[in-house]
Design a binder for this molecule. Structure first.
Ligand code: AOF
Ligand code: ZN
Length: 372
């Protein structure tokens, strides 16, 4: 049963959510879960998040590193504890064995292997269970995983870096440097918290990007790079291909793409996946997203360009927009961040809910949730 949470529960849960949030992108196909243990004496005696690539689960790490007796403690966890044996042992069983008296859960796990079984096991074992504490915030962290297990697709987040008047480049395409260093570093941080990053071939041809995370110490947290390349135009000497042995790389192309080119790319360590093409000659986004889901990616970051951003925004449910906006004005002859949406009236367009603003030394990162 869902009960109204008190402020103390929210405070501990917020800590658990922060742990989960900062660990996003590190847990493979598993969700990033946060867990905080509070003793009978109301002291935080342990805190953890899911381990690298999804093992061990957060609850097990928190229990093992607890600095005091955990009998009778309360456990705050951002996702329902599992009670099945997969790659990891069942957490609900462990919590009961350790004589935890209360478990506060933010959000239920819709993975069919869990789906209420963890909560039921805890209740049947006389543990007090409260659910729904800061569920909306938890959904921003768990949502990608839950979407993948329910619909087979990842959550789609878009990154835009623009001038104050929403332009991403000058008329001639020059975009260096509209935003400042801090924004660009934060952009790399975003790459590290996503499982995959996607751009169109035009971005590769014009910018020759690496699309990895280049923050010191976080290079090994780079996402899988995904390129949409309908006719396999990617140059073999592009940075993406040259670094494909170091960073996972997937190219989506059409069903008639040259076998010879595909073989060549595969030899260079690139995974090539073929999908159908739509009437407007774009690759079928639905098929692409299902393939990305199949690969186990929960959170996808779209980094451009303009055409790709526009087609995702108009054809699919985008979850978040990370919008870096700088202290420069480019003017009407600059390139817009978003292309034509062909709206007949304002109501038809995407509706945004601002969920966070960060001041990055006179640039701003606004994080919007896209409400349709
Ligand atoms: C938890 N705590 O920290 C995470 C959970 O194959 P396994 O055993 O690792 O189980 C994977 C499933 O467990 C995953 O699909 C999701 O439903 C849940 N993840 N559960 O109790 C955790 N990461
Ligand atoms: Zn578990």
């Amino acid at each position: 049963m869902k009960i109204t949470s008190n402020n103390e529960d929210k405070r501990y849960m917020r800590y658990a959510l922060n742990l989960a949030k900062r660990n996003l992108g590190n847990t493979g196909k598993n969700p990033s879960v946060g867990c905080v243990i509070v003793s009978k004496e109301k002291k935080i005696i342990s805190a953890a998040s899911t381990g690298l690539n999804g093992s061990p689960h957060a609850e097990k790490i928190a229990i093992e590193k607890s600095c005091a007796d955990i009998e009778g403690a309360t456990v705050y966890v951002t996702l329902e504890p599992c009670n099945h044996s997969g790659e990891n042992p069942p957490c609900a069983e462990l919590l009961v064995k350790e004589k935890i008296s209360r478990v506060v859960i933010s959000q239920k796990d819709d993975n069919p292997l869990v789906d209420g079984k963890g909560i039921k096991y805890l209740k049947d074992s006389d543990v007090i269970v409260d659910t729904g504490v800061l569920e909306e915030e938890a959904n921003l962290i768990n949502g990608g995983f839950l979407n993948r297990v329910k619909n087979g697709k990842p959550n789609i987040n878009i990154k835009i870096a623009s001038s104050a008047d929403g332009k991403t480049a000058l008329r001639d395409g020059k975009s260096k440097w509209i935003t400042n260093d801090l924004s660009r570093n934060y952009g790399h941080r975003l790459r590290s918290t996503h499982d995959a990053i996607l751009v169109g071939i035009n971005t590769v041809l014009s910018d020759n990007p690496m699309l990895n995370c280049r923050l010191e110490g976080l290079q090994n947290r780079s996402p899988c790079r995904i390129i949409l390349d309908t006719t396999l135009r990617i140059p073999e000497d592009s940075k993406i291909i040259k670094t494909a042995k170091e960073f996972n790389t997937i190219i989506f192309t059409n069903l008639n793409a040259s076998r010879k080119k595909i073989k060549k790319l595969e030899r260079l360590n690139v995974k090539v996946l073929r999908v159908s093409q739509l009437e407007d000659s774009y690759l079928n986004i639905d098929e692409i997203l299902l393939e990305i889901g199949k690969a186990g990616f929960n959170n996808l970051l779209i980094e451009g360009g303009h055409t790709i951003i526009t087609s995702f925004l108009s054809s699919e449910k985008v979850k978040l927009i990370y919008w870096f906006s700088s202290d420069k004005i480019i003017g009407g002859d600059g390139l817009s961040s978003i292309g034509n949406l062909n709206l007949q009236n304002i109501k038809e367009g995407p509706n945004l809910k601002l969920i966070e603003i960060i001041n990055l030394n006179n640039n701003y990162l606004k994080t919007y949730e896209v409400l349709k």
